[in-house]
Design a binder for this molecule. Structure first.
Ligand code: C2O
Ligand code: CU
Length: 460
């Protein structure tokens, strides 16, 4: 069994990749100001050979949003400083935290005006790979760069020889490396508007070194606004150890797994033995498959085996009681409703989509009414139907669900905050409504979200 100490020895390698900010437990006082400040600000980005991309947006002091590293069960706090010239917020995607820290304008907090700040403070209950992003003018803000990976560590997690975190996303850039329009209306009404430049941590197909024959924890976050990925690894053994932040019940070999915007995947990668050998992470979906990143073996083989890895520590999740569950229908559809009003958080000006026939353009004000009201502590089953011709990564804030029966795909047991529903699929998602508040339930293809495929549910 690998020991914690082995990780510390490997920290040289791991630290070089992670580029993380270690901030666990720096905030111990009850109501002191947050020790950590994170600004949202404009930046220039080095994304293409055509030169610097102007008008990008980032978090923190560097070019690329930092990987925030938290500890499960340890208080965390952070002040968002808004140095953009438009309002913003931060949503902590996948974290089951208090509603008032969820970062959704109108529902959970006021938006944060330029020059203002907001103190976020919470204790993450679950370990795993998550991410953070604005919930205001999201197509523009995420599209221009505001999306960072968030890792919650568990001291009992198995130890790897290295850890690599990849923020996988596209950019809508022209040949001169400058931003072009974030969307085309006709595409928003279909699969969404795709980016033109694909990156991992804001670099095209970067190469990472890792110990030959070593075990790498590869944390992947699909933070793009549109693109769905079908992931494979060539040249190294790769097993899925967690999905969307939660450990899988039983590890399985990665053999093409499709994930949509908002979803995460944790892989155990066994590096090739030969020094200089290169493994590749590829997306094989669509007409233009791509290499997303490569991993090169360095040093003498450590001769590890994935089989030696103990399982990840389980997260403290509530167990649904299916015998007492209440079923709630959610039907996705296209919509031809009137255009949404302009909101301070940016409206795309169209309603193309709806949930239960109600379109809500998300970060515009006046949400109608919650689509469902749930009693705290009770079990519910969402019966979700997708009679549209598109896939939709459906994300629920503040709670997690277990996909159960689908008419379209075999379900491996797992717990998630984002379910990628296929065209014509009917799926049952079971959950315990154990977190009170108003929680957004929306498609994470941001053009769908912002043209109506958004709703919210209330837990009381
Ligand atoms: Cu990734 Cu409503 O969020
Ligand atoms: Cu969608």
């Amino acid at each position: 069994m690998l020991k914690r100490r082995a990780l510390l020895k490997g920290a040289l390698v791991a630290g070089a990749y992670a580029g993380g900010i270690g901030l666990a437990a720096r905030h111990s006082g009850a109501s002191a100001a947050p020790a950590l400040h994170l600004s949202a600000r404009p930046t220039e980005a080095h994304l293409t050979d055509a030169g610097v991309t102007r008008g990008a947006m980032t978090y923190g002091d560097g070019e690329v949003p930092p990987v925030l590293r938290l500890r499960r069960g340890k208080a965390f706090s952070l002040r968002l400083d808004n140095r953009l010239d438009e309002p913003t917020t931060i949503h902590w995607h996948g974290l089951r935290i208090e509603n008032r820290m969820d970062g959704v304008p109108f529902l959970t907090q006021p938006y944060v005006y330029p020059g203002d700040g907001f103190d976020y403070a919470f204790t993450p209950p679950d370990a795993g790979t998550f991410w953070y992003h604005p919930h205001c003018n999201t197509l523009e803000q995420i599209g221009r760069g505001l999306a960072g990976v968030l890792v919650v560590e568990d001291p009992d997690d198995p130890v790897f020889d290295a850890e690599i975190t990849l923020n996988l996303r596209d950019w809508r850039l022209g040949g001169d490396g400058q931003f072009i329009a974030q969307f085309r209306p006709r595409d928003a009404a279909r699969a969404g508007t795709f980016g033109t430049v694909r990156t991992a941590n804001w670099r095209q197909a970067p190469q990472h070194d890792a110990p030959a024959g070593g075990l790498v924890r590869l944390r992947l976050a699909a933070t793009d606004v549109t693109r769905i990925l079908d992931l494979v690894v060539d040249g190294a053994e790769a097993q899925v150890i967690a999905r969307d932040g939660n450990p899988v019940e039983a590890r399985f070999a990665l053999d093409g797994l499709t994930i949509g915007p908002g979803q995460r995947l944790d892989l155990a990668l066994r590096m090739p033995d030969g020094e200089g050998s290169v493994a590749e992470l590829r997306d094989r979906r669509g007409t233009r498959p791509a290499v997303l990143a490569t991993f090169r073996s360095v040093g003498r083989s450590l001769k590890r085996e994935i089989g030696d890895l103990p399982p990840l520590a389980a997260n403290p999740l509530p167990d649904p009681d299916l015998s007492s569950a209440t079923e709630i229908p959610f039907i996705l559809s296209a919509s031809a409703e009137e255009r949404p009003k302009d909101g301070i958080c940016g409206s795309l000006g169209y309603n193309f989509w709806a949930i239960n026939k109600v379109p809500w353009a998300d970060d515009t004000g006046d949400p109608t009414a919650p689509l469902a009201e749930m009693k705290a502590g009770r079990t519910y089953v969402f019966n979700v139907e997708n009679p549209t011709p598109q896939l939709h990564p459906l994300h629920l804030h503040g709670l997690v669900f277990r996909p159960m029966n689908s008419n379209k795909q075999a379900i491996r047991p797992h717990v998630t905050d984002t379910y990628l529903i296929l065209p014509d699929e009917k799926v049952q998602l079971a959950l315990v409504a154990d977190n009170p508040g108003d929680w957004v339930f929306h498609c994470h293809i941001i053009e769908h979200q912002k043209t109506g495929m958004t709703s919210y549910i209330r837990v009381v």
